[in-house]
Write a protein that binds this ligand. Structure first.
Ligand SMILES: [Zn+2]
Length: 432
């Protein structure tokens, strides 16, 4: 089932979004203290903003704005708030988001569209390997979306390969929602416990949190590693609390589809100007149909490329390519610009590396410095040379490699307040 608007002509999709934009502008002017101030300060007459192009008259909203004026973004009365969540806070202080009853319906519709896009139907059984708690919006979204779709759902939660396998073998899910690197752990557990990977009920995995594609949509090393051992289809989904919207791949697997009824997307350069079609830039979003905390031109910090060519699946909406990196995590090393994702790709290729955490900091001269903390069982000096050599060839930099114990890497990967394992620690934002 494809909603009518997603199969409409590009012109009609644009017209539809412009109508929604006009409604949104009058809604935030009426209800958002934050945007009332922005409109006033910049002398913005919202009646002049009727097209997507004229959105450029509105200044962008940043993560810092959300952190500083969090409550001023809330457009509803306290008694209308149902769910209270926070962003993950991987880059700075977590931001509080609130959802009204209507927002929960929108969230359900969003995830329903997202599952349907990946070809999941009411006949599927979805095993959720992420948390539903810990103030995490997405966990609840998966549940609500599956319910709307009519699929069944097994809420196993995060971690515990043993319980995951017990559920897979007993309850026979056809689909998992999982962080791709966790699939590597599931595969290792299966191998160690003689579980036959080629006969499991799992056919599809909705991959969250990490990219599984190169920018040309070919599987990246992580995806290849998974599919070498486990014959499952991997679908990439990209979402965040701020967007309250997911971009999930269809069966063509050529980027995450945009759902025009839920969000307006722009890709902007560092001067907040739209990049040329096909260019890379920062994904900037305007949420549609959000009641409690709508956002206008929010810069997500994610560097992406949009794909406008028509998809064979019948949806005429644009697609968002794999996230190339976080703008804030951009690293400048001896004149070369790289993202942690590129370092991760190198590390994921080396089987001897059990676990790793990439630490980004500043050296005494305030230059960026990268230290890779590695946990491995093999000869450290040989592995150090292999890793440095690979980094030099693939990303043209040679980071510091520091070997650490299992206990130390575990403490780094699972901080007390975290809800998913982390693999990048960026300390640069603490030094101004
Ligand atoms: Zn498609």
């Amino acid at each position: 089932m494809i909603p009518e608007i997603e199969g409409a002509s590009l012109r009609d999709i644009k017209k539809f979004q412009e109508q929604k934009l006009v409604e949104l502008l009058s809604y935030v002017k009426e209800n958002s203290k934050y945007y009332q101030r922005v409109f006033q300060k910049h002398n913005i007459d919202i009646s002049e903003i009727k097209t997507l192009e004229s959105l450029e008259k509105i200044p962008v909203t940043t993560k810092e704005d959300l952190q500083l004026y969090n409550d001023d973004f809330i457009c509803v009365e306290d008694h209308q708030i149902i769910d209270v969540v926070t962003t993950s806070g991987t880059l700075g202080e977590p931001i509080t988001f609130v959802l009204s009853d209507k927002d929960l319906d929108r969230l359900a519709y969003n995830e329903y569209l997202s599952f349907a896009c990946a070809g999941i139907t009411k006949d599927d059984r979805i095993q959720l390997t992420t948390t539903l708690d810990k103030r995490f919006m997405a966990g609840l979204a998966y549940f609500l979306g599956a319910r709307k779709l009519g699929a069944s759902i097994i809420r196993v939660g995060v971690g515990s390969p043993e319980l995951q396998w017990d559920s897979i073998l007993k309850l026979k899910p056809t689909c998992l929602v999982a962080v791709p690197s966790f699939l590597i752990k599931l595969i290792a557990f299966a191998k160690a416990n003689n579980i036959a990977l080629d006969t499991t009920s799992v056919k599809k995995v909705i991959c969250i949190g990490e990219p599984i594609k190169e920018s040309d949509f070919s599987p990246n090393i992580l995806a290849k590693k998974i599919q070498e051992d486990w014959n499952v289809e991997l679908y990439s989904t990209y979402a965040s609390t701020e967007k309250s919207t997911a971009f999930t791949e269809c069966e063509e697997q050529k980027g995450g589809h945009h759902h025009p009824e839920l969000i307006i997307v722009e890709v902007l350069d560092e001067h907040d100007k739209a990049v040329k079609e096909g260019g890379k830039g920062e994904l900037t979003i305007t949420t549609l149909g959000v009641e409690a905390m709508p956002l206008l031109k929010y810069k997500t910090g994610d560097i992406v490329e949009l794909h406008q060519d028509l998809c064979k699946c019948g949806r005429n909406t644009l697609r968002v390519g794999p996230v190339l990196g976080r703008k804030k995590q951009m690293i400048k090393l001896k004149g070369t610009t790289i993202f942690p994702q590129a370092i991760k790709s190198v590390l994921n290729e080396v089987d001897e590396v059990n676990n790793y955490v990439i630490k980004i900091s500043k050296d005494d001269f305030l230059n960026d410095k990268v230290t890779i903390k590695v946990e491995a069982d093999t000869d450290q000096e040989i592995l150090r040379k292999t890793l440095q050599q690979k980094c030099k060839t693939k990303i043209r930099v040679t980071p510091f490699i520091e070997f650490v114990s299992k206990r130390e890497i575990h403490a780094l990967m699972f901080p007390k307040l975290g809800r998913k394992p982390i693999d990048v620690i960026d300390e640069r934002n603490c030094i101004t």
